[in-house]
Design a protein around this ligand. Structure first.
Ligand SMILES: [Zn+2]
Length: 254
């Protein structure tokens, strides 16, 4: 069994501390800063065995070296991005497996936001750490990759079961959901979702992890091939990449 502790840091980042309960093996996903991680580890009486990095951005790898010095933990990242992941020890690729104690995760290459972005999918527990690829009601900006690449990456995540829990790296949900509603303003189910999110955020409750089934129904960036949806939001006769690209551009200007 894997437990996940969610640590909100900076403006809107989440760091995750995951623990394989059987073996007490621990890993930290995308440590932006070190102090809250150290605090949580000390409170839980744990050491740190691994750091899992989804991509090279500073708000995901900022504490790599400091935590490695303190705990001698091994740093795991994408082989293709090994020059940009500080202190990387274990280099993984699409389709590789890695064990955190008895919990097995599979690596997906989900490039688009950056060129070397990966996600960690824990199959048995059905949860995915996807960094800045898929957000609740949104997706990462395309800093390095192409729309076609991001579409392929999002399809990999979308192919997972509906009950998959999505642990993305930012709390952007309310802004994303308002964007989704601006595209599809008469969608009553979506309106209800936005109200629920507003209520949670007004009480400072995280909206993450989110449920992949909901994302499949409401996230504009997973509906680039849904003809009914595209018609509703005024996009016709475009291929998947073109639809995705336009929705991404609209969000960039929202
Ligand atoms: Zn990023």
């Amino acid at each position: 069994m894997l437990t996940v502790k969610q640590i909100p840091v900076l403006n809107d980042n989440y760091i995750y501390l995951i623990v394989d309960e059987k073996t007490q093996t621990s890993a930290c996903v995308d440590p932006a800063i070190s102090e809250p991680v150290i605090e949580t580890l000390e409170k839980e009486n744990l050491s740190l065995d691994f750091i899992l990095n989804t991509h090279h951005h500073f708000d995901h790898v900022g504490a790599n070296i400091e935590l490695k010095k303190k705990y001698s933990c091994k740093i795991i990242g994408n082989e293709k991005d090994s020059k940009r992941i500080p202190g990387i020890d274990i280099k993984l690729n699409e389709g590789d497996f890695f064990d955190i104690g008895k919990s097995k995760c599979k690596i997906f290459d989900v490039s688009g936001h950056t060129k070397g972005h990966i996600a960690f999918y824990f199959m048995e527990e059905n949860l995915i750490f996807c960094g800045d690829t898929l957000f609740s009601f949104g997706c990462g900006r395309l800093f390095e990759g192409s729309p076609a690449q991001m579409v392929q990456s999002l399809l990999k995540i979308r192919s997972l079961p509906d009950h998959t829990k999505v642990y993305c790296a930012h709390e952007y949900t309310l802004n994303n959901a308002n964007f989704a509603l601006s595209l599809d303003p008469f969608n009553e189910k979506l309106k209800k979702k936005v109200t629920e999110i507003e209520s949670k955020r007004s009480r400072n409750i995280p909206t993450i992890p989110c449920n992949l089934g909901d994302e499949k129904n409401f996230n504009p960036f997973l509906m680039f091939d849904n003809k009914d949806y595209l018609k509703r939001i005024g996009l016709n006769d475009l291929n998947d990449e073109e639809s995705f690209k336009i929705i991404r551009e609209m969000k960039d200007n929202f």
